[in-house]
Design a protein around this ligand. Structure first.
Ligand code: UD1
Ligand code: CA
Length: 449
């Protein structure tokens, strides 16, 4: 049976108090609507349909063409929102799954169970329910003496008796498509001037039909986001999920509570993550690494056996056995070959450092190509910017850069050469030479031994 998915996300999100459309509020580094899309997409046979209204341009720009979009210009309720998708998908599917876009913690397995329940059900729809002590403003599931579902009563319209009901409407439904399109027009206008999707339950029952339900075991999964407090709660739960699955895959987290790892990050076995560490974006870390404490790594690849302490690494690549920190900063385009050592207060941007090269103390390398086994002395600076353009510095294998050298690019320092402490190198240095002074001059040639 072909399944279409409709995700409702046109609401204003008034209680977020924000200029950012609610679906785009960030949850562990991604727009929160992305989580719902990822959970629902595997259940659907066609790209999900997102109902957008408030902030629709921005939302479409961010999410792109992995979704189909329909606009709800007047926000007349959840029933009216679903109706907007009719012309797009009517006749294309047997079942329609409707999911509210403000529930980012829902899992694919849960939505699958709901679809399966409807596949096995003769009536027109199945709904997801949860039992919780805190009703959070959710609609109440009203059942008859035999346990059959009679209606969903919205909190605003519930009697005192109904308010005490602990079984709640999660906001996920699977419909027989034909019945859905036929019945939407029967939804009455509520006293608040909205068409509630939830009224379809009562309509089915009045019609002599039954409503099936799947009760969800983990109420956390149905945490709806209406405020920034809810967003922080969801973030904490999601972090817990990410951390747990990493630990189950052989990664040690010394203090999960102070470890912030986004869901797209991959980490190898026997790597240890120390407290106060942030691993973000598309970061991939190998086996047997020691990361942190106090480290932030964004969109970077880290090989096996690396150690990174109190440092920030962005859009960089580290091969095996690299060690960094404390207090260094690798910026976009830093590529460190195996066994490179970067100690305190190093900054590296758009540069390659060859195997075994060492840069121990407060230095800056920008737009540099550095060979193997080079020693970058304390306080070395590549002067790569002349006020208009960036220029390249090439340092060949086995070079020894003396402390406090200024390397004024464009510049090439030949293999096996040495710069004296405090020299300002403005011209290319031939191989096997020693240069000193301001500006630096060759004072002697070196023997290869
Ligand atoms: C809704 C349900 C309630 C359920 C709760 C679970 C209805 C009438 N009530 O209440 O039974 O317990 O969700 O979270 O459905 N939306 C639109 N267009 C609209 C209105 C809403 O796209 O015109 C979208 C919103 O962006 C949101 C979702 O539908 O993603 C739910 O709307 P919301 O206003 O949050 O409904 P609740 O009051 O939470
Ligand atoms: Ca809601």
């Amino acid at each position: 049976m072909a399944v279409d998915v409709i995700i409702l996300a046109a609401g204003k999100g008034t209680r977020m108090l924000s200029d950012i459309p609610k679906p785009l509020h960030s949850l562990l580094g991604k727009p929160m609507i992305d989580y719902v899309v990822e959970a629902a997409a595997p259940v659907a046979d066609h790209p999900p349909v997102l109902v957008v209204g408030h902030g629709s341009q921005e939302i479409q720009q961010v999410l792109g063409d992995k979704l189909r979009y329909v606009e709800q210009t007047d926000l007349l309720g959840t029933g009216h929102a679903v109706w907007q998708a009719e012309s797009l998908i009517k006749g294309k599917s047997d079942l329609v799954l409707v999911v509210y876009g403000d529930m980012p913690l829902v899992r694919t397995e849960t939505l699958k169970k709901l679809v399966e329940a409807q596949q096995a059900h003769n009536g027109p729809l199945s709904i997801l329910t949860l039992v919780a002590e805190d009703p959070r403003g959710f609609g109440r599931i009203f059942r008859d003496e035999k346990g059959g579902i009679r209606a969903i009563v919205e909190e605003a319209d519930a009697t005192t008796e109904q308010l005490a009901i602990k079984e709640l409407n999660a906001g996920m439904y699977c419909f027989q498509a034909e019945w859905l399109w036929k019945s939407l027009s029967e939804i009455p206008l509520s006293p608040k001037g909205e068409y509630y999707l939830t009224d379809l339950i009562g309509i089915a029952v009045k019609d002599g039909q039954t409503v099936a339900s799947v009760q969800i075991g983990d109420p956390q999964e149905l945490l709806g986001i209406n405020t920034r407090v809810h967003l922080a709660e969801a973030s904490q739960i999601l972090r817990g999920r990410v951390n747990r699955s990493l630990m189950e895959a052989g990664v040690s987290l010394i203090d999960p509570a102070s470890t912030y790892i986004e869901p797209g990050v991959k980490i190898g076995q026997d790597t240890v993550i120390q407290p106060n560490t942030y691993l973000e974006g598309k970061t991939v870390i190998g086996n047997n690494c020691l990361i942190g404490p106090g480290t932030r790594i964004v969109d970077s690849q880290v090989g096996n056996g690396c150690e990174i302490e109190f440092s920030v690494i962005e859009e960089s690549r580290l091969e095996d056995g690299v060690d960094i920190g404390p207090f260094s900063h690798l910026r976009k385009g830093a590529h460190l070959a195996a066994g490179v050592h970067v100690g305190n207060f190093g900054e590296i941007k758009d540069s390659y450092l060859g195997e075994g090269t060492k840069m121990g103390h407060f230095s800056y390398l920008g737009n540099a190509q550095v060979g193997k086994n080079v020693n970058i002395g304390a306080g070395t600076i590549t002067c790569n910017y002349d006020g208009k353009e960036k220029h390249q510095t090439v340092i060949k294998d086995n070079v020894f850069i003396g402390s406090d050298s200024m390397l004024v690019a464009p510049l090439e320092i030949g293999e096996n050469s040495t710069t004296g402490a405090g020299s300002v190198v403005t011209k290319d240095v031939p191989p096997d030479s020693v240069v000193v002074g301001v500006p630096a001059r060759v004072i002697r040639r070196k023997d290869r031994e």
